[in-house]
Design a protein around this ligand. Structure first.
Ligand SMILES: Nc1ncnc2c1ncn2[C@@H]1O[C@H](COP(=O)(O)OP(=O)(O)OP(=O)(O)O)[C@@H](O)[C@H]1O
Length: 283
């Protein structure tokens, strides 16, 4: 579906992509990872046909630079930085829906599933929404259409755990009909969403691993944590993860979304000295 052949890109004299060779097939879910400045966004921008470059880029055999309308019609894109649009939300949804030939009601429905009060913000300027609200709306616009390729640049970074769980469910619904590229500078944020990891460094691919799908996107793990003593900082840290404490706030129990387990354990690991027992089991 996607081919990069000896792709190189320089800005003025600075070389940013150096001879990228990659093939990404239908149904692959790729984590595109790498430190700040590694070249992830530039690679995505080349795929979207936004930059001139050396080498070849093809989506279903088409050069995205020469066939932007046809290629963009296949892609649902969530950008890393929300565009500073002054357009009211309702107009933005209608405009995007018309552009992608989809029904605005689909975008409304996904926004609502993500917890966005779509009806209450229709008249608000997009640029005035909070970071999380903007991200939910951009995800709803990208997923509310029949895109065969989903490209998402740090899509879940601003979402709370509840919205992340719904986001994973939404992606799970698209597993059979879409190829996904999810960019992040942290593998633990996206590792359980993907079946291939491509790491970039200084404009080159340094790791390209196919990984086993060991947890499905819709898994929920039963979590139980026992603390040695109550600590308000722990209660604050797990707020939003829907863990319910016992009367003494020493035993915490609840469900954790499978793809979120590493992120959750990362948070709990800050309180390792407090934890006397921890289990995270398939329910
Ligand atoms: N339009 C531009 N003009 C000049 N240099 C650019 C431009 N866009 C990106 N760069 C440079 O290209 C390099 C790669 O940037 P890119 O945004 O692709 O990295 P990234 O891997 O997406 O990083 P991050 O994780 O920080 O988003 C950086 O050194 C950046 O400064």
């Amino acid at each position: 579906m996607i081919q990069f052949k000896n792709l190189s890109k320089s800005f003025r004299r600075a070389s940013v992509l150096n001879g990228i060779d990659l093939e990404i097939g239908i149904g692959e879910r790729v984590a595109l990872i790498g430190s700040n400045g590694a070249g992830k966004t530039t690679l995505i921008r080349c795929l979207l046909g936004e930059y001139d470059h050396q080498g070849e880029v093809r989506i279903d055999g088409l050069d995205p630079r020469a066939n932007r309308t046809a290629v963009l019609g296949k892609i649902g894109f969530v950008p890393q930085l929300p565009p500073p649009l002054k357009m009211p939300v309702g107009q933005l949804i209608d405009f995007s829906a018309a552009l992608c030939k989809t029904d605005p009601a689909r975008i409304h429905a996904i926004g609502k599933r993500l917890g966005l009060d779509v009806d209450g913000i229709l008249a608000r300027q997009f640029v005035r929404l909070s970071g999380g609200m903007k991200q939910k709306l951009l995800i709803a616009i990208a997923l509310g259409r029949d895109a065969r390729l989903l490209i998402m640049d740090e899509p879940a970074a601003n979402l709370d755990p509840e919205a992340r769980k719904i986001f994973f469910d939404l992606l799970a619904e698209r597993l059979n009909d879409a190829t996904m590229i999810i960019s992040s500078h942290r593998l633990d944020e996206v590792s359980s969403l993907v079946n291939r990891v491509i790491e970039m460094d200084m404009g080159k691919v340094v790791i390209d691993d196919k990984v086993a799908d060991d947890a499905t996107l819709t898994d929920v793990l039963a979590c139980r944590i026992v603390l040695k003593r109550f600590e308000p900082a722990f209660a604050r840290a797990v707020e939003g993860w829907q863990l319910v404490p016992d009367a003494e706030q020493l035993v915490w129990q609840g469900g954790i979304a499978g793809p979120d387990r590493l992120r959750f354990l990362g948070i709990v690991s800050r309180y390792t000295a407090l934890v006397s027992d921890l289990s995270l089991r398939e329910a």
